[in-house]
Every structure is written in C-alpha cells, then in structure tokens.
Design a protein around this ligand. Structure first.
Ligand code: AMP
Length: 283
C-alpha cells in the first residue's frame, strides 16, 4: 500500500487549521526533536494503533538546552525525517521555528519535585524547558493521546505529573526503549560518538543489566545493586559517570530496599563530549 504524504505544518495557524479538519477523529501525538531513528518511529507506529490520526512534531527546543550544551550542533535533518514519518504512516508533522514557538516568552511551566534529582540536578532549567514546550505543544495539537519514550524515564514521569497536576485532557502513553543489537539505546546523540566511544557505549546498558540480574537472583538491597551496576561502568575509564541510582519508579525518592512497587535504575554518563542516559524499570 502506497503511503500518503505527510502534511508539513510550519506555523501555529496551519497547525490549528489542520487540527480543525480532523473533526471528531482521534489524534495521537509524538513530540520529537528530529534526527529520527527507530526509537522515534516505534512511537509513531504505536500511536497509529491507538488513534485514527497521528501527528509528530520536530522542534529542537532551545529552552531545554543549557548554555554549554549541544543546541547548535544538534542534528537537523527535517527532509529525511519527513520521509521516515511517511514510511510509518504519520499524517502530519509540526515543524515550527523557534520564533514561531517563542516570539516572547515570560510564562513557563515548572514541576518542582521530580525535577530536582537525576538529570534535573545536572541540567538546571532543562525540565522547565521540557514542561513548557510540551504544555505548549499539547495546547496547540490538542491530541487525545501523546506518546513518550521510556528511554527518557524522568521526562515521561514529569510529563505525567504535569498532566495530572494541571488536569490536561490528554492520555500519556509510554513506549518501550528501542536498542541497537549490542544494547545501546538508540539516541540522536549516538551520532556524536567517535568509533572507540561507540564501541564502549553498550557498557551503559550492560551496567543496568548486571544490576537487574542480581535483582532477579533475589538481591533487594538498593545500595548493593547500585555498587554492582556502577562497578561495571567504572571498569571503562572513558565514562565519566554523573549518576547511577536506584529510585522509586513514581516519586523518584532514593531507595534503600526494593519492594513490590519496583524501582527505576537510571544512569547518566559522559563518553568523551557526549552525554548518554539509560534506564531499566524493575517491576
Ligand atoms: P527526542 O527527539 O530525543 O526528544 O525524543 C523524542 C521522543 O522519542 C521522546 O519521547 C523520547 O523518549 C523518545 N525516544 C528517544 N529515544 C528512544 C528510544 N531509543 N526508544 C524509544 N523511544 C525513544
């Protein structure tokens, strides 16, 4: 079956007109920053199964990048992305400019609890940028469903909390993390890795798996599990670990023991100049 073209919407006016045309059809939304890979595409495919119409967005959101982060060098390949979106059956893609999204900006959305730890502790202002842009995108697209990857575990948790706290009329759905054969979670940032860094990169996931195996063998002490995971990563000096932690899967409180509520094991590390994150949810 030939796939129909993806309607590209550059402006808020075009997006609003498109949304109106959808009438009572159910709409699923997949926000992205582009440089799409199989992880993004899996979310779009999941979205197709959950609603009649799927719209993605591609917007490298300046508000969620710190001063010394990779905003300028973040890969931008919109034409290629649109071809990929077409191949997985998206109907439309919203590709606004930064001026379109933030002609002026003095109003922000801030989650003040879950964002204090993990990536929030190392990337000040990052989640304020995320919640603000996602709030704006949800207001603009008005989807029935929005899909986010478990790859960014803290991000999806923060968005779920924002939706609950602010009574947004949208259902948040999580998509599983898609990985390379060697375990490395797909990320647009993997493109930055030098060959020797790419070779070392799967150790990030291996460190989580080592702790998961110990958990499955019966270990419930979070400190001991953390030591097991960290030790795997510390063997490779190319990694500069920011955090390797075990936290409650909903509140993100640090755990001492893992009980029936499970746990989020999350890691962030620099490999050269590239910051990578990964996580495993223990249920
Ligand atoms: P990004 O373009 O990095 O902002 O990501 C857009 C969406 O894709 C977010 O909901 C991410 O969590 C999700 N995502 C990124 N990488 C993956 C992956 N490897 N597997 C599944 N979802 C992913």
């Amino acid at each position: 079956m030939a796939s129909s073209p993806v309607k590209r919407l550059n402006t808020i006016a075009e997006l609003r007109a498109w949304r109106k045309e959808q009438g009572t059809r159910t709409v699923a939304f997949v926000p992205t920053m582009g440089a799409l890979h199989e992880g993004h595409l899996s979310l779009v495919m999941q979205a197709s199964g959950l609603a009649e119409v799927v719209i993605a967005s591609i917007f490298v959101n300046p508000l969620q990048f710190g001063k010394n982060e990779d905003f300028d060098k973040y890969p931008r390949v919109v034409e290629q992305d649109i071809e990929l979106l077409k191949s997985v059956g998206a109907s439309a893609v919203f590709t606004p400019s930064a001026d379109e999204m933030y002609p002026t900006a003095s109003t922000f959305v801030v989650e003040e609890n879950l964002t204090r730890v993990l990536c929030g502790a190392f990337r000040p202002g990052h989640f304020k940028g995320v919640t603000t842009v996602v709030m704006k995108l949800l207001n603009l697209v008005q989807p029935d469903i929005a899909i986010f990857g478990q790859k960014d575990a803290q991000q999806v948790l923060v968005i779920e909390k924002m939706v609950e706290d602010l009574n947004l009329p949208v259902k948040i759905v999580r998509g599983p993390t898609i990985r390379e054969k060697d375990g490395l979670a797909l990320s647009s940032r993997n493109a930055y890795l030098k060959p020797e860094e790419r070779e070392a990169a799967p150790l990030l996931f291996k460190s989580l798996v080592a702790a998961k195996l110990a958990y499955e063998a019966g270990e419930r002490d979070a400190l001991r599990l953390t030591k097991i995971g960290r030790a795997v990563l510390e063997k490779q000096p190319a990694f500069q670990i920011q955090y390797w932690e075990i936290r409650h899967p909903k509140t993100l409180q640090l755990l001492t023991t893992i009980d029936d509520e499970g746990a989020l094991m999350a890691v962030a590390a620099y490999l050269g100049k590239t910051r990578l994150i990964d996580n495993i949810l223990l249920t």
